[in-house]
Design a protein around this ligand. Structure first.
Ligand code: HEM
Length: 249
């Protein structure tokens, strides 16, 4: 991956006795050596072994995909903390949120981290999708990853929607009432979808439980699985693409 020709001070350090005790592949003379340097570096090995030079630069991807992944990680971490203090029942949910805000150690801070990460994730994922579109990065051999991306977008939006009900206040109640009413307008299956989501005909305790299970277990698991395929394909596709002659931009 190293594209410089002239050895630098760092290169000389890497080739010294001390350097070789730290870095496993100090000599980057051949493509094989360079690949070995890549595999043995914790941070670099996230990238494909071979990829186009332009794809590494910030101006190609703006690291929006990476940012989405970090935001998802932040949501999982802060969400787990909140789970210790929240019970998904109509009697307790609202007061649990109040005590998270006022009594729980770091409660207000962690709740804000969770909310802001959620808002930002929707924004950044949309920006990532727009970047992929305007770059034409959905084209061969990356078409399948675009489809996987659409699934990730849907899962991200569903995470937002299901999380919205959990504070169990007026805003949450009416937002989900309106959202599920809209779902009922889908031809043929609309009413069934609405009933499955609500667990009845109106927003109630069954709805809160369903949204909670979707929000903390089902959707995050689906995101982890889908994201694994997304990132695996990104690595493989970038290596395939190296064979296509494309000018640097
Ligand atoms: C949870 C949401 C998502 C996460 C965490 C995510 C993460 C990533 C990451 C880390 C990369 C590699 C680096 C980069 O190109 O920025 C990537 C690439 C890609 N993503 Fe996503 N992504 C998400 C949603 C989407 C969506 C909604 C689409 C489009 C519908 C999409 C399509 C693609 C494509 C086609 C690539 C390959 C781009 C290239 O090689 O230039 N992704 N994604």
């Amino acid at each position: 991956m190293d594209l410089r020709d002239k050895p630098t001070g760092l290169d000389r350090l890497r080739r010294s006795e001390v350097g070789r005790s730290i870095w496993r592949a100090p000599d980057r003379a051949t493509p094989r050596d360079r690949a070995a340097g890549h595999w043995s570096n914790f941070f670099l090995h996230i990238y494909p072994v071979k990829m186009q030079r332009r794809e590494i630069g910030i101006r190609y991807s703006w690291y929006l995909g990476a940012m989405s992944t970090v935001l998802f990680g932040s949501l999982v971490a802060s969400g787990i903390y909140l789970m210790f203090f929240y019970v998904p029942s109509p009697v307790q949910a609202y007061s649990n949120i109040q005590s998270i805000q006022t009594e729980v150690a770091f409660g207000q801070y962690i709740r804000n981290v969770h909310r802001w990460s959620a808002h930002l994730m929707v924004l950044i994922v949309a920006a990532h999708m727009a970047r992929v579109f305007y770059r034409g990065a959905y084209k061969k051999p990356k078409e399948f990853n675009w489809v996987i991306g659409v699934v990730l977008l849907a899962l991200t939006l569903l995470m937002s929607f299901t999380g919205y009900l959990l504070p169990w206040d007026q805003l949450a109640y009416w937002a989900v009432t309106v959202g599920t009413e809209m779902a009922a307008y889908v031809p043929f299956i609309g009413d069934t979808v609405r009933e499955i989501l609500l667990g009845g005909t109106t927003v109630g305790s069954a709805t809160l439980l369903r949204f909670y299970v979707l929000h903390v277990a089902v959707l995050p698991t689906l995101i982890v699985l889908t994201l694994s395929i997304h990132l695996w394909r990104w690595r493989k596709d970038a290596m395939l693409e190296i064979d296509r002659e494309e000018p640097d931009v």
